[in-house]
Design a protein around this ligand. Structure first.
Ligand SMILES: [Fe+2]
Ligand SMILES: [Fe+2]
Length: 301
């Protein structure tokens, strides 16, 4: 059993801006795994931080925890236009992930937000909540144990799913459904179909494709992810996700690019490379657990 004192000690690492970002990330994921009110309170406190990367990950984790106690803080982040678009996006998505239909009106309101990534996120979250209401059941965690912004499509044919994914005349929700179906199918053909999505319009869509490629951890996506990270014209939100995906894939072919962009002019890209290099080391090292905040406490205490 983890004591309140231990949760507090991990929470203090998370909110301490002097600690290295990679340690704060590991503390965050430890809190996410522990769950409960105190963990949520510590995560909520860190929304005062200056790192958009850290804050967007807080919102992501609160959504994945699917605990309704996080709804008030997520609503306030979504409403707060001083927060970066990427952070507000993740708050909107998290509200959809929790699955409580009480937030539908707020999400409908922000479906017209002037920031396109926020608006599209809220449109997707509305559709997810409506889908849950209609189907009366959660789609379940799927092979990746993540709560996704859309349930997977039912088909299993890669070319058909690829066509749905890349067809920009279709509703975004349907294209996302094809995306998660391709991810769940797995294999090189699915990876290559998804990687083609990195050339579609819409930064939100491309960042989600990059995220999914990171979950799949398949080397066939490395050239396309590297190209997007290296492109100065690409949105920082997408480049960030490409960097983290390369860290998750963690092959030698990812390392050079991540090292090169750890000095990028965009803070969110730099920080993503830093975190990605830590994930790379974890994937290639002997460490048993990435979310190792508790082990670190034992080692130091
Ligand atoms: Fe996101
Ligand atoms: Fe992200």
């Amino acid at each position: 059993m983890v004591t309140e004192k231990e949760v507090e000690a991990i929470g203090k690492v998370l909110v301490d801006a002097r600690k290295p970002l990679k340690a704060r990330f590991r503390a965050l994921f430890t809190l996410r795994n522990l769950g409960g009110r105190t963990a949520i309170e510590w995560i909520s406190q860190a929304f005062e931080d200056e790192s958009a990367l850290l804050k967007h990950e807080l919102a992501f984790c609160l959504g994945q925890m699917q605990d309704e106690q996080a709804i008030p803080v997520l609503l306030s982040v979504l409403r707060d236009t001083r927060q970066e678009p990427m952070v507000r996006h993740e708050a909107g998505e998290a509200l959809g992930a929790i699955g409580n239909p009480d937030v539908l009106d707020v999400l409908k309101h922000y479906s017209d937000d002037p920031v396109i990534e926020v608006a599209e996120t809220c449109q997707l979250a509305v559709k997810r909540l409506e889908w849950l209401q209609k189907n009366k059941s959660d789609p379940g965690p799927g092979p990746y144990l993540s709560v996704d912004p859309a349930p997977p499509a039912e088909g299993r044919d890669v070319p058909t799913l690829r066509e749905a994914l890349l067809d920009e005349s279709r509703p975004l929700f349907d294209r996302y459904r094809a995306m998660f179906a391709l991810r769940n199918l797995g294999g090189e053909a699915a990876v290559l179909a998804l990687a083609d999505g990195l050339r579609c319009s819409g930064a939100l869509f491309r960042h989600e494709v990059a995220y999914v490629l990171g979950q799949m951890q398949h080397e066939a996506g490395v050239p396309q992810l590297s190209a997007a990270l290296e492109s100065p014209a690409e949105s920082p939100m997408v480049r960030h996700e490409c960097a983290e995906a390369l860290g998750a894939i963690a092959k030698a072919s990812c390392l050079e690019t991540l090292r090169a962009y750890a000095q990028d002019a965009e803070r969110v890209v730099r920080e993503s490379c830093e975190v990605a290099l830590d994930m790379y080391n974890y994937e290639n090292g002997a460490e048993f657990q990435y979310a190792d905040g508790l082990n670190k406490l034992e080692a130091s205490g």
